[in-house]
Structure formats: structure tokens, C-alpha cells
Design a binder for this molecule. Structure first.
Ligand SMILES: [Zn+2]
Ligand SMILES: [Zn+2]
Length: 285
């Protein structure tokens, strides 16, 4: 049974497995094409391409950029872009600098709460430049302050919890523009994060489409059948491409598997051709 997975994280951001390890799992799951979409970083792509060549898995260049508008944090996926574009690399590097501003503030709050942690420890454990809250959660688990990543977020790190610090994020329109400038297609990830549905989501997507949004992540590990149907209808209505992926993170999200999500995910390889065609068009316009 052949399937694709266009949303995967590795040790290059907050996933717990290397690109080669993720590719091995994808191969076992019958995945024929995939995109590594690490947060604000594309450094995992070369290893993925090398492993993909060995295993016969096509690698779609990908990235996931965090953005916010109003009270919603929206994640914009980029596909089929020139991932070595100097402009794109410069912009992603700037986003990672803003992570290094926020994380020490989170650490300060944790220390004020009596937890003995340092940002140096988090950076050493992360082993990547794209450091995020899941890395802090991992340190808290290691030091036995919490029992799991979920416990860390529920008690300290989630919005509204005592160690939460908001981050300066770009607008979705900026993230979309950067991806398009590199010849890629911009897609709204996990639309439930928009915290609106029905007409509200229709309005948001219409605005994002004006900004250059090309697709919607319709198929996703945690979507219910009803949500998938709603998003599919919206994509059709607004003439947005349909994409899908597991958002695999390894141990950070232990219930999500590569290719199959929580078991019911099946992203058809038929979605690939329109995505590539749209990117090709972007390169020429
Ligand atoms: Zn995301
Ligand atoms: Zn993701």
C-alpha cells in the first residue's frame, strides 16, 4: 500500500530521530515520498535526500515556519522551494535567533519556580540551532521534574502556564511570501490551530490566499472525519491544494507514527503532482 507523508520532524528541530531514522520508519510504513518539515530550518534535507536515494523514497523539500496573527499561532508549511536560496536561509536563521531570545526567558521563569535548569543544558541536549519548548520539556523529563512532554507542557510550558513566554513571530503573510520568493508552495498546517471553523476559517483562508497561500493540510494525524471533510470542502471551495502529513516527532509525540499518524492516516500519492505543478508555476512567474 503506497502512501506519502508531507509533515515530519527530525533532530534538526524538535523531533527525536535523525532524518535517516525517520526515512527507515517511512520505508517500513510503505511511504513512497515525504517531506522533512523541521521548524524554521532546512538542514535535515541533505541527509534525507541521501537516505531517500538508498531506500527509493522521493524527498520533497520542506520546512515549517511558525507565524502568528491576532491570538492564533499559525504554522506555514513550505514545499518544493529552492531550499538553498540565500534569502530563505537568511530569513530562517533570523527566526532561530528569536528562539534563542525566548528560550532563556522560559528558563528564567522555570528557575524562579525553583527548577534547576540552564539554557546551556537545553542547547546541549537539543544539538540543533532550532531550539524549542519540546527540548526544554526533554530536559525537565531528564531531571525528573515532570513525567512526560505532555506533563511539562500542562504544568509549565503551554500558553497560560507559569513558564510560558510569547514569542515574536512573523505574520503568516511574511512566511508565505518568503516561501513563494524561493519558488515554493505555502500551505497552512493543522488548521485547527486557527481556533476558528466554518465561516471564520473560510474568511481566514480567503485572506491568506490573497497573501499567496497555495494549500491546506487537510489530512492530519489528529483530524476527525468531520474535520477532514470540512477542510476538504474548504480547499475545494477556495481552490487550494490539498496536502497531508503525520507531524511525526518521535518521542516528543509518542502516539504519532510516520505515514499512518494514529493509525487512520492515509495521504494519497495523487496529491503530489498538483503540488509539484504549482511549484513549477511559481518558479516561472
Ligand atoms: Zn506545526
Ligand atoms: Zn509540525
Amino acid at each position: 500500500m503506497s502512501r506519502i507523508d508531507l509533515h515530519l520532524h527530525t533532530t534538526h528541530s524538535d523531533g527525536s530521530l535523525s532524518p535517516a531514522e525517520v526515512l527507515r520508519l517511512a520505508h517500513n510504513a510503505g511511504v513512497t515520498a515525504l517531506a522533512i518539515t523541521d521548524h524554521d530550518i532546512v538542514s535535515g534535507i541533505p541527509d534525507a535526500i541521501a537516505a531517500g536515494a538508498e531506500l527509493g523514497i522521493e524527498i520533497i523539500p520542506g520546512v515549517e515556519i511558525s507565524s502568528s496573527i491576532g491570538k492564533s499561532e499559525l504554522h506555514i508549511l513550505g514545499y518544493c522551494m529552492d531550499w538553498q536560496s540565500p534569502d530563505l536561509l537568511r530569513r530562517l536563521a533570523a527566526l532561530r535567533v528569536s528562539r534563542h531570545t525566548r528560550n532563556p526567558q522560559i528558563i528564567e521563569r522555570l528557575r524562579a519556580l525553583g527548577l534547576e535548569v540552564t539554557y546551556e543544558e537545553v542547547r546541549a541536549l537539543a544539538g540543533t540551532d532550532s531550539v524549542g519548548r519540546p527540548h526544554i520539556a526533554r530536559l525537565l523529563i531528564e531531571k525528573k521534574y515532570v513525567s512526560s512532554a505532555k506533563d511539562a507542557f500542562d504544568r509549565y510550558l503551554a500558553e497560560g502556564r507559569p513558564a510560558y513566554v510569547a514569542r515574536d513571530l512573523p505574520l503568516p503573510a511574511d512566511a508565505i511570501a518568503w516561501i513563494r520568493a524561493a519558488g515554493g508552495v505555502a500551505v497552512l498546517a493543522h488548521p485547527t490551530w486557527a481556533k476558528v471553523s466554518g465561516e471564520g476559517l473560510n474568511t481566514l483562508l480567503t485572506a491568506l490566499k490573497t497573501d499567496g497561500l497555495g494549500g491546506l493540510e487537510v489530512h492530519y494525524s489528529t483530524h476527525t472525519k468531520r474535520q477532514t471533510t470540512e477542510y476538504l470542502d474548504l480547499a475545494k471551495r477556495l481552490d487550494l491544494l490539498v496536502t497531508g502529513g503525520s507531524d511525526f516527532h518521535g518521542l516528543t509525540k509518542p502516539d504519532i507514527e510516520v505515514g499512518t499518524g494514529r493509525g487512520g492516516l492515509k495521504v494519497s500519492e495523487k496529491l503530489l503532482a498538483p503540488l509539484k505543478k504549482a511549484a513549477l508555476h511559481a518558479h516561472h512567474s
